[in-house]
Design a protein around this ligand. Sequence first.
Ligand SMILES: [Zn+2]
Length: 412
Amino acid sequence: MQRIIGPFTQILPLADMPLKGSVSDDALHIIPNGGVLVENGLIAGTGDFETLRKDRPKAEIEEIAGSQVLLPGFVDCHTHICFAGDRAKDYAMRIAGKSYLEIAKAGGGIWDSVTQTRQASETELVGLLKNRITRHLAEGVTTIEVKSGYGLNVEQELKQLRAVKQADQLSRADLVPTCLAAHIKPKDFTGPASAYLEYILNDLLPKVKNEGLARRIDIFIEDSAFNIDDAGHYLRAAKQMGFDITVHADQFTTGGSSVAVEVGAASADHLEASTDKEIKGLAASDTVAVALPGASLGLGIGFAPARKLLDAGACLAIASDWNPGSAPMGDLLLQASVLGAYEKLTTAETFAGLTYRAAKALNLIDRGSLQKGMLADMQAYSCADYREILYNQGKLKPARLWKNGSQLITDR
Ligand SMILES: [Zn+2]
């Protein structure tokens, strides 16, 4: 059964836009008084609402009242939302000026989340995930990448990834799991970091693959986590096993993004410390550069050089990094709006970074724009002009939301 949804005051399909580099707002194609033709959860076409209706007299009509602007559902290509507990104590210490080391000495840091997540059952993790997914859906995010990385041994990493798989089945959002067993070397592992990575390669990743728990792996390349040489070896071996690669790169020191480009990673994420050299390398590659403004806001540090990356020709996506330590807020649209204000991004660049460019970071080709054959993942905002969305800096939330063509949120 075909269904026509509309009329929308404006539809921004974000189709036929450049995959890489800067984009002026003139490149935004806007359909006034638009409609979307949906069939079997997919978009069958977009166009003038009245024309669509005349051309298909038998189609069902889902009528939209009032002024609404339609966008593709957002894709959050980097989160850590499979965790238990919180790290409010860390945050209080950090805003009071304490250092990373002082916080770690007081029992904070990633290890605290590992301890709390290990204590949670798989069922408890599924419940926590579902709450966070519900919030993300309400804020327009229809596809969510979710990393493990708070288990840090075979059994606990599998527990996290199984929880993500269950939550994916139980929720309306699409979850994209990523194995981040290489988050930090766990305190209870005896031996060097390289031996820990060998253990993950030999004992965990084959199980992840056999159980179909994730098709992507991630590593945190940083002085405090894994060095460039060990990471390079790990990533090449994982790639040989058939995993897609993403990297936590250049957050505090450089080096990670070069490894990401070298191994052909789908994305290099963070990049707050990237210099002109790293920017050039990313721009010349097919690796998506992912800015995580939520981490900059949580840590009180500068943003990734989003403007420079775009001007150099890189593909820039924007993700929330939602996690209990450095990015507890998780409001993707708010964070992207603030990043855009500081980095001087056009509306087209910010929307591209939240939709089809973020889908590219996950190697997903079936979403991120509203055109024939794409998933009917869509969100509508109660306003008459698309520019009001970023202008409200995250305060304006979608009034309606569709996943695979079904409406999940109706006129709030
Ligand atoms: Zn992260």
